[in-house]
Design a protein around this ligand. Structure first.
Ligand code: HEC
Length: 260
């Protein structure tokens, strides 16, 4: 690095007091467990949203921007309820959905159809079969899934911005005691998570506008995880198992000329 780096030094783990290393180790163990739980949480809330088992990029995109597929009513009309009404009636219902599913039009055009074709089974007498002759009930079946709402995203964003910043400040503060060359790589491992947090959270919103941003959510999350793993493993390893090269150990752990 620059010429003044010769006056900088850092203290390696092996010269930290035992109690401090113990504190660092326990903090890392709990944070590592927390990270696993966060991964499990992502899996639970997103896996299978695209109708296929497991977690995929489509699940992430659907979670944030919604499924651009049909509403529940349209899906039913094109699927299991297909045989329940002639094409003309079903097309009229689909056209009504696409036109905004207003109450006026429901009363004028759709109610007569559903009262003729659907009421036999959808009269409301069976709690598992929605009463499609009732506008309020039908309205719930024609809501487009637009993914997580903006208020939800804002709530989750602020929790993540604060939480992840704390986590990576703590892991980074521990990790700076590790010996890792080149220095620019060490700096990258410390810095990447913060860029990752910003990119990740910005992409939650951007995915709503342009779906391929779902990839940025995944890639920036991946880089955050990678940095976390490097910091965690390097810190634990160098705290307990690693022997500093002798010429550095002789300098009392203050390693001049090796800024960072
Ligand atoms: C012969 C009885 C019968 C008729 C007639 C019928 N349905 Fe259904 N419908 C069912 C049953 C039973 C279910 C629930 C079983 C299922 O989910 O597959 C269902 C499910 C649905 C669902 C899915 C609800 C959800 O939870 O997503 C919709 C929407 C629907 N029907 C709309 C209609 C419409 C509109 C008509 C008239 C064109 C109609 N059905 C006619 C028996 C009927």
């Amino acid at each position: 690095m620059s010429s003044n780096s010769s006056s900088k030094s850092f203290i390696h783990f092996s010269f930290l007091p035992q109690a401090q290393k113990m504190l660092y180790t326990l903090v890392l163990l709990v944070l590592g467990t927390g990270y696993m739980m966060a991964m499990a949480q992502i899996y639970i809330t997103h896996a299978g949203l695209d109708g296929k088992p497991g977690l995929s990029i489509d699940d992430i995109i659907i979670g944030y921007s919604g499924s651009k597929g049909a509403t529940r009513l349209e899906t039913a009309l094109g699927g299991p309820m297909k045989g329940m009404a002639p094409d003309a009636d079903r097309n009229a219902m689909v056209a009504w959905i696409h036109a905004g599913a207003s109450k006026e039009e429901f009363d004028a055009k759709i109610k007569p159809i559903v009262e003729q074709r659907c009421v036999v089974c959808h009269s409301g007498s069976n709690a598992n079969i929605p009463k499609v002759t009732d506008f309020d009930t039908v309205s719930k079946l024609v809501v487009m899934d637009t993914g997580m709402s903006i208020p939800t995203l804002i709530r989750v964003s602020h929790i993540h911005l604060f939480g992840l910043t704390f986590i990576f400040f703590i892991t980074g503060t521990i990790f700076v005691h590790a010996y890792m060359r080149p220095v620019w790589f060490k700096c990258l491992v410390v810095g990447v998570p913060f860029i990752g947090i910003l990119l990740d959270i910005a992409s939650w919103y951007l995915t709503k506008v342009y779906r391929p941003f779902g990839w940025v959510v995944v890639v920036s999350g991946g880089f955050m995880g990678l940095s976390f793993a490097i910091q965690w493993v390097a810190s634990i390893y160098q705290m307990w198992l690693y022997k500093l090269p002798k010429e550095m150990a002789d300098k009392g752990g203050q390693i001049p000329g090796l800024g960072g």
